[in-house]
Design a protein around this ligand. Structure first.
Ligand code: SF4
Ligand code: SF4
Length: 356
């Protein structure tokens, strides 16, 4: 069975294609302004590299920041679950994961099956994220790919009291003006990020073994600092940035077998400044009766089945970005029409929310 996982992050999009347990191809590319288009480009590259067509892919799971906007995904699963699953596949002994992404950082605890038992996320400020390191690299005029090596070459950390992007940037500029070597500045910043990450990990409880996922895990300088702070040598996958996409592909492999597992609830919606309205369909409950399709006055639903699997309700691709404009919610809808998606669905498979 061929299954795909696609991880639409805030800065990078990653994708993995599996045939049973074998990785057929993988892709990492920048996330463009439109998640849907980026996901299509990533999928196309993935298929080309593997020499297969979209029709050969039995199931696709999307994860990451832009997961609800992937038009061809059969399901979506949270990136926390996917990172835990991907890391568990590579290292079944790992119980503690630090996922360092472009705009947030997550400490995750999982069990022996890779199921998340606890997590905590820092997404309130850029400190310690990929974006933060990009800002510092720009200020110091050091290529992003070289900042970790530059930090490793230093023996004189400059202490940084903050990793708030704004204050750290001005501290770094002031150090540069005083003639402090760039490596020492970077070493100090990496030390501060490692301290903060260790504190995040402590809040979920650090248990052996330990792994780091996400693009920042490729920064050797930071990995070394983290190993010192945590007191454990992290187990690192060949490409730690692909762990979320790999986990999504593993969920897709199960979804294609109709397991109705952790990824069976699909959230459709759009969470940004223009709205945060979500419709969720629980595919494990939906029997494909089609009642919601004819009941919805806004034409939001359709039925779709793939590769012999029975049809299930989906939110039409064209409606996904405009849900908050199209759907007034159960209450208003039932006041204007005698039946709505909620009242006609005997399987109770549809729910709506304003907070995702
Ligand atoms: S509440 Fe009404 S408009 Fe909204 S999805 Fe259901 S049937 Fe459609
Ligand atoms: S009414 Fe419910 S069970 Fe029927 S297709 Fe819609 S979501 Fe599925």
């Amino acid at each position: 069975m061929i299954a795909a996982g696609i991880d639409i992050g805030s800065r990078a999009t990653k994708a993995v294609l599996l045939n049973q347990a074998a990785v057929l191809s993988s892709v990492i590319m920048d996330t463009g302004p439109e998640s849907a288009r980026t996901s299509e480009a990533a999928m196309q590259a993935l298929l080309q590299r593997a020499g297969v067509s979209l029709g050969d892919v039995e199931y696709t799971v999307a994860t990451g920041y832009g997961r609800i906007l992937v038009p061809f995904a059969d399901e979506n699963v949270s990136e926390i679950s996917c990172h835990a699953r991907g890391v568990n596949h590579c290292f079944p002994t790992v119980r503690t994961i630090l996922d360092m992404g472009g705009q947030d950082c997550k400490a995750i605890r999982c069990d022996e099956k890779g199921t998340v038992v606890n997590f905590i996320m820092n997404d309130k400020c850029a400190g310690g994220t990929g974006r933060f390191l990009e800002i510092i690299a720009e200020v110091l005029e050091v290529p992003l790919s070289e900042i970790g090596e530059a930090a490793l070459g230093s023996h004189h950390d400059i202490p940084f009291n903050t990793i708030c992007a704004v204050f750290a940037k001005s501290e770094a500029i002031s150090c540069l003006r005083r003639g402090v070597p760039r490596g020492d500045i970077l070493s100090g910043l990496h030390e501060a990020i490692a301290t903060r990450s260790r504190n995040l990990l402590k809040r979920v409880g650090i248990e052996k073994d330990f792994s780091i996922s996400g693009g920042i895990a490729k920064n050797r300088g930071l990995v070394q600092k983290l190993a010192e702070k945590v007191g454990l040598e992290p187990l690192l996958a060949g490409d730690p940035q692909l762990m979320g996409a790999l986990g999504a592909a593993l969920f897709a492999r199960e979804g294609g077998r109709g397991s109705g597992g952790a990824g069976a609830r699909i959230h459709y919606g759009y969470a940004d400044a223009t709205g945060d309205y979500f419709i969720t369909i629980d595919r494990s409950r939906c029997d494909g009766c089609g009642e919601c399709v004819s009941a919805c006055p806004a034409g939001i639903f359709a039925l779709a089945g793939r590769n012999g699997a029975g049809p299930r309700a989906i939110v039409r691709g064209e409606a996904r970005k405009r849900l908050s404009a199209l759907c007034p919610g159960f209450g208003s809808c039932s006041r204007s029409v005698s039946a709505n998606c909620h009242s006609v669905c005997r399987a109770d498979a549809i729910s709506h929310s304003w907070d995702g």
